[in-house]
Design a protein around this ligand. Sequence first.
Ligand code: OOG
Ligand code: NI
Length: 462
Amino acid sequence: MTVVDFMKTDEIRHQFSQAMSTMYQKEVPLYTELIELVNEVNESVMQQQPEIKQQLINTGELDRLGAERHGAIRLGTAEELETMRRLFAVMGMFPVGYYDLTPAGVPVHSTAFRAVSTEALNISPFRVFTSLLRLELIEDESLRSKAKQALENRNIFTDRAIELIETFEKQGGLTSDQGEEFVREALETFRWHETSPISKSLYDQLLSQHGLIADIVGFKGPHINHLTPRTLDIDSVQKGMSQRNIPPKDIIEGPPRRNCPILLRQTSFKALEEAVNFTRETGETVAGTHTARFGEIEQRGVALTPKGRALYDELLNAARAKLGATPNASNADKYYQLLSQEFEAFPDNYHSLHEQDLAYFYYQLNEDAVTDSVSTQQANELVNQGVLRIEPIVYEDFLPVSAAGIFQSNLKEDKQSSYQGNSNQADFEKALGRPVYDELELYRKLQEQSLERCLDTLQLVS
Ligand code: OOG
Ligand code: NI
């Protein structure tokens, strides 16, 4: 068997994300309604602004405009996280970034599994925001040990999925048949279970600690808790949700609406209350409900440098401090107003974002530039001289404050507290079995490599 016979990991990821979408739409029909709304809004944006449609055609993005950008799962143990890392590797997805959600009162820390290269992201941008429960944050010792026991009793992967992961690791790839079988087997891990293996009383105790603990410990597996398509106009979708009786989250997370979008804006519909059967020790079941699953949308902009990110954090915190409360339905307008005011300090054109080293860009040679008199290697000067042009590098990752907002709005009780536990990337990476990629380093390298390519070409022609 030679390498060329293997199914491309990007293709496995693409098929997997499609299979996941089909499954989730069946499980959560309201999500299909959200997709319909998103498609309508995207169509109307493209009709009103044909230049946006043309840009999507030029970059080859139009075909996959409707494909999901991400989903999310929550895991219970270090072993689950490590095996999940191996499972995602089969699909060309690697852990990028570390997010500590404990300061926002969510007892997990997380990473995002995603493709790393630009080419692979273009084939399928599907990512999975993956959180690991920090069981040590349950203070009640007896409850903690019951939760631990429940997690030890479960096996979230099918035997065949594990065999195929091993085959992939040994062979260095999967054949088409194996790849397709892998997609079916891997999907099982993310499926919803109507029956909870724990008792209603244990579930209630866990719920009183935190909704997330109940969501993780109370189920046989890490059901996909949302999927997220891309929209070309998040503000319109947010408005459209109310009109269609899709209950929206109170506010859109992230930066305000701008001419040059930065980072990531997100919103969702509120999680549904769903029927669940809990299990008695005697084996009978008891009816109850659980609230965890929802649909989300996202709109992405340019990736920020550490300097740009520091400015983003500062302005976001300032707006929140002036609001003096957690943004919610009753103060949403005031919040958006404060956010827009604060973000006036964030340059809103690509030229300034580049010149001030606030955002990352690809450099490209201007075909018609006069290149025989180039005397500098300085990117800023070359851009000003018209030798190079810049194209924004899209932010492919997540934002902890936004993620916390998404978590909070989808828990039954919107408790806002904060855990004292230290941020612990080292522990997370130990559980994962390898370090996470540093997302800023990935963007910096993309920018640097694009500059080097341009400079190489310039040297050849000068
Ligand atoms: C994950 C919430 C975070 C996002 O898009 O920021 C997230 C979860 O609810 O499990 O998905
Ligand atoms: Ni999400």
